[in-house]
Design a binder for this molecule. Structure first.
Ligand code: KG4
Length: 358
């Protein structure tokens, strides 16, 4: 995940002449269809259609996701263009998520972006979905919105598919310092919720219940993984065995202690995330700290980062909730950096499902 820096260490200045860069971003990597328009880094619109169809299955069904993207993509893109107050001809470039994600879902966004680029005669820019999360803090929402991290910064990237600590040296230069060797932290939240019959996606429900529970009531042992890598499969299994053993004694255990289980399990996950983030900050000497990805919406994690930040002299950046989960605004901003770096995707570009394929 690295390329030549476009504006190393700096956010580009707003273009005050009439030749502004207007980027249409398209995101369809999982179960949200989203389109957004940014003009020289300022957000003009961000439209999102979520897919409730998966709730009944307790997880995303890839085939249903692709079909829903097919239905949503035209109205979502049209709405983003309308709300931005522009016409399609005003678009400078079209940025789309090339991966990682569900291949069928990515194919819908990629094919649509290619078709639109061809019909409008506009350049196409491919974006790595994870870069979008890493750069979400650069989306400007109003004049004078200047609160952005300085380079280098550390990003704790936590979602349903990834758990990484990334060193960011410029908008397009990254180094993964540590990552999960098995499950992502979002999967641990989702499995916890599924095990307890709380529904999907699990993170928001566990987060909500955790607020009412005692985080110190139950202990879950931490994995011992060297360096800055993570592991979340063991703790998932400990929760399973713990609940199973307690239910054998009292069949009502889970129902009676839902909030305490969620609070204790969430605390254990946050402790694991924070231990390595603190270690990474110490090792690199970097004090600019950001978070990104779906799990960065977690209220416990956000509070903990701010608390550690105050103690350790970090400057912390927490993206607004609407930019934590999948959204096209982050794809548009990342696409803008790539566009300014002179990068263009060819019309025969194909989506990729795995990070390793980039
Ligand atoms: O980034 P994202 O929307 O999709 C990808 O994985 O790419 O992340 C989804 C993950 C799910 O595992 C979901 O349970 C988790 O983010 N999540 C949360 C919260 N909101 C969403 N996890 C913990 N607390 C939350 N409030």
């Amino acid at each position: 995940m690295s390329a030549a820096p476009v504006v190393a260490g700096k956010y580009p200045k707003r273009n005050n002449n009439c030749m502004a860069d207007i980027i249409l971003g398209i995101e369809s990597s999982c179960d949200d269809t989203s389109a957004a328009v940014i003009k020289d880094g300022y957000l003009l619109s961000n439209v999102l259609a979520s897919q409730d169809v998966h709730k009944a299955y307790g997880g995303v069904i890839p085939e249903l996701a692709s079909r829903a993207h097919q239905v949503n993509i035209v109205p979502v893109v049209s709405e983003a263009i309308t709300r931005a107050g522009i016409s399609p001809e005003d678009i400078t470039a079209i940025a789309f998520t090339r991966g990682p994600g569900l291949l069928g879902s990515l194919l819908v966004g990629t094919s649509f972006a290619k078709g639109l680029a061809m019909s409008l005669g506009k350049p196409l820019v491919e974006v790595n979905h994870l870069q979008g999360h890493i750069l979400a803090n650069f989306i400007k929402q109003y004049d004078g919105d200047n609160r952005q991290p300085e380079f280098p910064y550390l990003c704790l990237l936590v979602s349903g598919g990834n758990s990484q600590i990334v060193r960011v040296d410029s908008p397009l230069e990254y180094e993964i310092l540590g990552q999960t060797i098995d499950d992502a932290v979002g999967e641990a939240f989702d499995k916890c919720s599924k095990m307890m019959g709380l529904g999907y996606p699990g993170g928001p429900v566990v987060d909500r219940l955790a607020k009412e529970g005692d985080p110190l009531k139950y202990k879950f042992s931490k994995p011992h993984i060297p360096g800055l890598d993570y592991s979340f499969s063991g703790i998932k299994t400990s929760l399973l065995y713990f609940v199973r053993d307690q239910m054998a004694i009292d069949p009502e255990f889970m129902e009676k202690n839902k909030a305490d289980i969620c609070a204790s399990f969430q605390k254990a996950l946050i402790d694991i995330l924070m231990d390595k983030l603190i270690k990474a900050a110490k090792q690199t000497g970097i004090k600019q700290i950001t978070i990104g990805g779906g799990v960065s919406a977690n209220s416990g994690l956000r509070a903990r980062i701010e608390e550690e930040g105050r103690k350790r002299g970090w400057t912390t950046f927490l993206p607004e909730f609407k930019f934590t989960t999948d959204n096209a605004a982050m794809i548009a901003i990342a696409g803008w950096f790539h566009y300014m770096n002179g990068e263009r995707a060819s019309l025969d570009v194909a989506p990729v499902s795995r990070l390793a394929e980039f």
